[in-house]
Design a protein around this ligand. Structure first.
Ligand SMILES: NCc1[nH]cc(CCC(=O)O)c1CC(=O)O
Ligand SMILES: [Mg+2]
Length: 357
């Protein structure tokens, strides 16, 4: 029998007494005090007892910015995601605002000719991200703009910090990241999101922002960020996949660890983070739960590029119902304790919620 989603098949159970002849005479009713299925029997009962819901307020939409005018480029490993030129990003930001999405996150595809050993383009006040922020603020002044702080889209080696003799330097990198954060705040960024996993960068950035008068610029710390295989498609999108030498295991966390995530989060809170992020998302929902229960902070997770790619690949093969898999993945984040999710599905989720109400 074909089972239709959302359509109760057995309307009568628990509603009206089941006709005796409808019951198999051979099967006497079980003597059950509790029947869990009563609360699931109809759409209205399911809605009544539902513990978690997704709203557009839960969404942060990551976007990829590139050079050019009215230009777009599909990201092959992320079906449905494109790099967009600044003018188109501003238009998408306006669409996001119209969809009631509270915040967008910006990631640049930096021209390879502008990448160097120290990621100097990150400090250019007229770089892609800064131009995009200004264009967005003009076209959609009421939407929040979040910017990554890390050097990987700007360095020739693809690492998030400065490198010397194969070692990623901590304190020297933090000094550059602080300057990157100031450049972005100056351009109008609302939320600085350090994703580099250097020690002490949240405190250093907070101090510098305050000193420069950016008291209202927030920090969302990528506090528990793991050295993950699920970032692959993102590195295609920002063009660091080819350039990355080695891996990021000396600064991003070991996937085997959980207590360590709590120490990372505690430090970032002490250093002044306003919001906390766990990354990746779906394979790390246990971390989200522990972080939320331990600290009670505004807690976010990043459903990263590989998670998106994984679902989309199955959808393209006809193996999954895309809409349902998408919505189910997002409510999983809510159930785990997230206040919001960075997700490439954001516009599609928002469209779906709009048509639902
Ligand atoms: N530090 C940069 C950064 N910021 C967000 C992501 C990944 C996001 C995604 O996969 O969607 C990465 C990649 C990385 O750390 O290598
Ligand atoms: Mg840390």
């Amino acid at each position: 029998m074909a089972i239709k989603f959302g359509r109760p098949l057995q309307r009568s159970i628990g509603f009206t007494p089941i006709e005796p002849e409808a019951r198999d005479a051979q099967t006497p009713a079980l003597d059950l005090t509790v029947r869990m299925r009563r609360n699931r029997r109809a759409d209205w009962t399911r809605r009544m007892v539902r513990e978690n819901v997704v709203t557009t307020d839960d969404l942060i939409w990551p976007m990829f910015v590139m050079d050019g005018d009215n230009a777009r480029q599909p990201v092959a490993s992320m079906p449905g995601v494109e790099r967009l030129s600044v003018d188109l990003i501003a238009r998408e930001a306006a669409r996001a605002a119209a969809l009631n999405i509270p915040c967008i996150a910006l990631f640049p595809y930096t021209n390879p000719s502008l990448r160097d050993e120290t990621g100097s383009e990150a400090l250019n006040a007229d770089n892609l991200v800064c131009r995009a922020i200004r264009a967005i603020k003009k076209e959609a002044p009421d939407i929040g703009v979040l910017c990554d702080v890390a050097l990987d889209p700007f360095t020739s080696h693809g690492h998030d910090g400065l490198i010397k003799d194969g070692v990623i330097l901590n304190d020297e990198s933090v000094a550059v990241l602080v300057r990157q954060a100031l450049v972005q705040a100056e351009a109008g960024c609302d939320i600085i999101a350090p994703s580099d996993m250097m020690d002490g960068r949240v405190g250093a950035i907070r101090k510098a922002l305050d000193h420069a008068g950016f008291l209202d610029v927030s920090i969302m710390a990528y506090a528990a960020k793991y050295a993950s295989a699920f970032y692959g498609p993102f590195r295609d999108a920002v063009g660091s996949a080819k350039t990355l030498s080695g891996d990021k295991r000396t600064y991003q966390m070991d996937p085997g660890n959980s207590d360590e995530a709590l120490r990372e989060v505690a430090l970032d809170i002490a250093e002044g983070a306003d919001m906390i992020m766990v990354k990746p998302g779906m394979p790390y929902l246990d971390i989200v739960r522990r972080v939320k229960e331990t600290f009670g902070m505004p807690t976010f997770a990043y459903q990263v590029s590989g998670e998106y790619a994984m679902i989309m690949a199955a959808v393209q093969n006809g193996w999954l119902d895309g809409e349902r898999a998408m919505m189910e993945s997002i409510i999983g984040f809510k159930r785990a304790g997230c206040d919001g999710v960075l997700t490439y599905f954001a516009p599609r989720v928002a469209e779906k919620l709009k048509h639902q109400s």
